[in-house]
Design a protein around this ligand. Structure first.
Ligand code: SAH
Length: 185
């Protein structure tokens, strides 16, 4: 995280606050998570240099950059095209050639590159989207805020063991913007 220039990911007027431990606005009514939560979610994923990871909710691309420092390849999906385009340009300019950005409904995952060793969802879902579980590799880990409403969300770890069995573990309480999807999870 020390290598990622967080000030490059936020609007100019918020740059003085970009190294404080707080969320910041990134436009389009969306926010970049506070660094503590980015760190906690990244750690829950247990990143390794050989991992292929899917992120849902690119936003400004900050979490994707943190992941890109820790794993082999990152695919990230954002539903607001303006945010996806800005994040892709920013990540390219900063030299993150191992991040791939697409504007689409991330609740459907990114099937072309599945399965993923890790999936990190940075918007809160009422239910864990089935497509994401399907795209999780054996031994894979998914970190997703689950819950309706801003004060009822819990960071949830979904794992698939080598036999394909799925299990869930509940962790930290969090407050994310909602995952907006056309498909029921
Ligand atoms: N990880 C981001 C912060 C994400 S904020 C960062 O580091 O900046 C949550 C993002 O999820 C918002 O940009 C929002 O537009 C996006 N989002 C919400 N629903 C989505 C969906 N179904 N698919 C993809 N992105 C979605």
């Amino acid at each position: 995280m020390a290598r990622v220039p967080r000030h490059e990911f936020v609007p100019r007027w918020d740059q003085p606050y970009s190294y404080e431990n707080r969320p910041l606005s990134i436009g389009q009514g969306q926010t970049i998570s506070q660094p503590y939560i980015v760190a906690a979610m990244t750690q829950m994923l247990r990143p390794r240099k050989d991992m292929r990871v899917l992120e849902v909710g690119t936003g400004c691309g900050y979490q994707a950059a943190v992941l890109a420092e820790c794993v082999a390849e990152v695919w990230t999906v954002e539903r607001i095209p303006e945010l996806a385009e800005a994040a892709a340009a920013r990540l390219e300019q900063l030299g993150y050639s191992n991040v791939h950005v697409k504007a689409a409904d991330g609740a459907l995952g990114w099937p072309e590159h599945a399965p993923y060793d890790g999936i990190l969802v940075t918007a809160a879902a009422g239910n864990i989207p089935a497509a994401l579980v399907d795209q999780l590799a054996p031994g894979g880990r998914m970190v997703i805020p689950v819950g309706v409403g801003r004060y009822e969300q819990v960071l949830t770890l979904v794992t698939r063991n080598e036999d394909g069995e799925i299990s869930e573990e509940r962790g930290l309480p969090v407050a994310f913007v909602p995952l907006i999807t056309g498909k029921k999870g």
